[in-house]
Design a protein around this ligand. Sequence first.
Ligand SMILES: C[S@@+](CC[C@H](N)C(=O)[O-])C[C@H]1O[C@@H](n2cnc3c(N)ncnc32)[C@H](O)[C@@H]1O
Length: 325
Amino acid sequence: MIDLDPLLAHLRGSALQPWAEQLTQRLAGVAHERLHGRFSEWRALLDRLPVLAPGRIHLDQPMVGVGDLEPLDEVARKRLEASLQLLHPWRKGPFHLHGVDIDSEWRSDWKWQRLASAVGSLQGKRVLDVGCGNGYHCWRMAGAGAELVIGIDPTQLFLAQFLAVKHFLGEQWPVYLLPLGIEDLPPDPEAFDCVFSMGVLYHRRSPIDHLLELKSCLRAGGELLLETLVIAGGAGNLLLPEGRYAKMRNVWFIPSAETLAGWLRRCGFRAVEIVDITPTSVAEQRRTDWMRFESLADFLDPQDCRRTIEGHPAPVRAILRGIKR
Ligand SMILES: C[S@@+](CC[C@H](N)C(=O)[O-])C[C@H]1O[C@@H](n2cnc3c(N)ncnc32)[C@H](O)[C@@H]1O
């Protein structure tokens, strides 16, 4: 499904080597038991992508991507655009690949900007991004100097999008995406310098177990960056929607930022900080040519944009940071 050899070579002799060696077996399990019905179609599409000489590569700018040494002619550019459109919907981005601008549903660069002030230096760090989508933020982490970035996400379309981007950016970058959920990882690596979990906690039935799983990936003194939906209010406030939330079926716990900070401390994180709280706007999450399904504007009450269509508080997201004791 993916070639793990470059990652294993990267980790040879490191504290993560024994952990990484177990990944081969886990990925084989996914390839046999959970292969998406369209994966071979996506693989064939990836194999047909043109090989183009890269111009300047941008991992540290809002539009992650690569310019051209020589601009593609319009026919070739349109052909490339049509190929990348076959991987619709592009939820995370934006990307710029040889003259094709992928205007994704989310302005993921805005989240990165909010995070950037909170994250300590990533220079030389080993980073795990849990629920990384198509890997947009993984590229930004590499652009910020991370020595290694492993993203995990069980959605195989997002792996195909990542591989398309990697095809054009080149194999030299220490950025890997594994089509695994956090529950599929070999346990307790306790070796990452920094772990990100963004947009995942509210999908987990047991948020405390999620925090403990994240902690078990970090070395002592390592840093957790957590981003999730929150509600207003102080410590103890919490929403557990009985039905859908913003049309999503799989939303479980939406704590207040203070409640979440308490959970982090209880789970063994110190120096817990609420770094940012920002309402999600219809400018940040919206329908585009690259994501033509419903988006945030369709999930809000048309009479009162402070409420979801079900009457819950409209989405607000917080970023929290903590250090593993
Ligand atoms: C809301 S998206 C967030 C993507 C990205 N982290 C961001 O903040 O833009 C949540 C992601 O979590 C992934 N996900 C769902 N269940 C997961 C699990 N058990 N382990 C890891 N990722 C999971 C989904 O496939 C999806 O891409």
